[in-house]
Design a protein around this ligand. Structure first.
Ligand code: AMP
Ligand code: ZN
Length: 114
């Protein structure tokens, strides 16, 4: 997708601080962190949001959660706990229209998020 910031990060047209990469997924540090650990995990495929998930493409979500498990261990937050957030659409607070999961940890996160 030409004007998608996360596609540009995946294609290395925009720099990011990479945390994990494989053939299907890229994880990088959020540019505006809300917690000591704040990592964004994206599929390399341009899927706009959770609204576009279906039987053909949703297996990527299971893969992403397995990767999050690994990243949480590497970041030292597996035992203390963490939060995974997927914002969808305007009311969900989605600002980048390429599906992504926030991994937040390293402090006690408030609930509800507001
Ligand atoms: P959302 O509001 O769920 O769409 O989240 C988008 C996230 O992407 C925000 O937390 C931004 O801080 C983050 N973000 C935007 N541009 C970049 C970038 N160039 N590098 C890293 N993170 C970014
Ligand atoms: Zn994209």
């Amino acid at each position: 997708m030409d004007d998608c910031i996360f596609c540009k990060i995946v294609n290395k047209e925009i720099p990011s601080t990479k945390v994990y990469e494989d053939d299907k997924v890229l994880a990088f540090k959020d540019i505006s962190p809300e917690a000591p650990v704040h990592i964004v995990i994206v599929p390399k495929e341009h899927i706009r949001s959770t609204n576009e998930l279906n039987e053909n493409n949703a297996s990527i979500v299971a893969h992403i959660f397995i990767i999050i498990n690994k990243i949480a261990e590497e970041q030292g937050i597996k035992d203390s706990g963490y939060r995974i957030i997927n914002n969808c659409g305007e009311h969900g607070g989605q600002t980048v229209n390429h599906i992504h999961f926030h991994l937040l940890g390293g402090r006690n996160l408030s609930w509800p998020p507001g």
